[in-house]
Design a protein around this ligand. Structure first.
Ligand code: HEM
Length: 275
């Protein structure tokens, strides 16, 4: 599902040089999200460097083609927006450097796909492993929607690293004044699990609406642009899968599940099931 949506959104699902297959995106994504020594899923730092060079080349060529022949896809829109902002000539004021456009396009494709796939995998594993009674109830679309929101809220996608902000003006928060210019590290996951606001935690009925809006997608000007996409895909996938396969169940204990660990996501590598 996430791969189909990603390639459709970016216009990478047709025939010809822009066509992207899932194995290639998977390889590039692992390289892009690997951190530190670059070790991930048995690949070496050299494999990652090679994959990143390929991905950069693919995206640079893609942007060139979309600039020449725009289509009704997000890459064409990004190119048009960047060019309207001052052109891809880096010497112009306000222009978006071509390198930034390449990085944004590659990042949106890889991380967009990976984050939704990861969130879906985490949700599915939790539901089948810990809440099998709830599974058939997801055949109700409203229950699927509320459940998706609860799972996105309580299950962190990655290792819950801090979100960084710089205070542009003094601000008082919880009785503490943060002076202008201070750098603040915020834990969105910790706020989402604040027992004063969400005392019931993840154990509550998954059909209950949240007591307060989730911060899983942050807030303010940097609010996640993909939030609508994640919510829609999560709701539809859970609802359709539970409708088609109400008897879906794990065939491996949760403790034996292999995890895929990236720099920003943590999700099951595969979920063995039967129905
Ligand atoms: C479960 C999946 C996802 C989660 C939990 C998530 C979470 C977040 C969070 C917390 C931020 C804000 C970071 C900050 O405040 O500094 C953010 C920003 C962003 N997200 Fe997501 N995201 C997800 C999926 C996606 C997808 C699918 C896309 C694109 C298709 C996407 C694109 C972006 C972009 C471009 C930003 C930066 C926005 C800006 O700085 O203005 N995200 N995301």
């Amino acid at each position: 599902m996430p791969f189909a949506v990603t390639t459709r959104l970016m216009g990478l699902d047709g025939d010809g040089p822009d066509r992207l297959d899932e194995a290639r995106l998977q390889r590039w994504t692992l390289a892009l999200l690997a951190q530190g020594d670059g070790e991930n899923q048995g690949s070496s730092a050299a494999d990652h460097a090679e994959a990143l060079a390929e991905y950069g080349e693919f995206t640079t060529e893609l942007i060139r083609r979309r600039r020449r022949e725009p289509g009704d896809d997000l890459v064409s829109r990004l190119v048009q927006a960047a060019d309207q902002a001052g052109g891809h000539d880096d010497s112009q004021d306000g222009g978006i450097p071509e390198e930034s456009l390449v990085y944004l396009t590659a990042g949106l494709t890889a991380s967009g796909n990976e984050s939704v796939a990861g969130a879906l995998g985490n949700a599915l594993l939790y539901l089948l492993g810990e809440r099998p009674d709830h599974w058939p109830r997801l055949a109700d679309p409203d229950t699927a929607e509320r459940t998706a929101e609860r799972l996105l809220h309580f299950i962190p996608l990655g290792d819950d690293e801090a979100t960084i902000r710089r205070a542009t003006a003094p601000v008082e928060l919880g009785g503490t004044t943060i002076p202008a210019g201070s750098v603040v590290a915020i834990s969105l996951g910790s706020a989402n699990r604040d027992p004063a606001v969400h005392p019931e935690g993840l154990d509550a009925d998954l059909d209950l609406p949240l007591a307060a809006p989730t911060l899983a997608f942050s807030a303010g000007p940097h609010y996640c642009i993909g939030a609508w996409r994640v919510r829609l895909e999560m709701r539809e996938s859970l609802h359709r899968l539970a409708t088609a396969l109400p008897g879906l169940r794990l065939t491996t204990p949760v403790a034996d599940i292999a995890w895929q660990l990236g720099g920003t996501t943590r999700s099951p590598a595969r979920i063995p099931v039967d129905w």
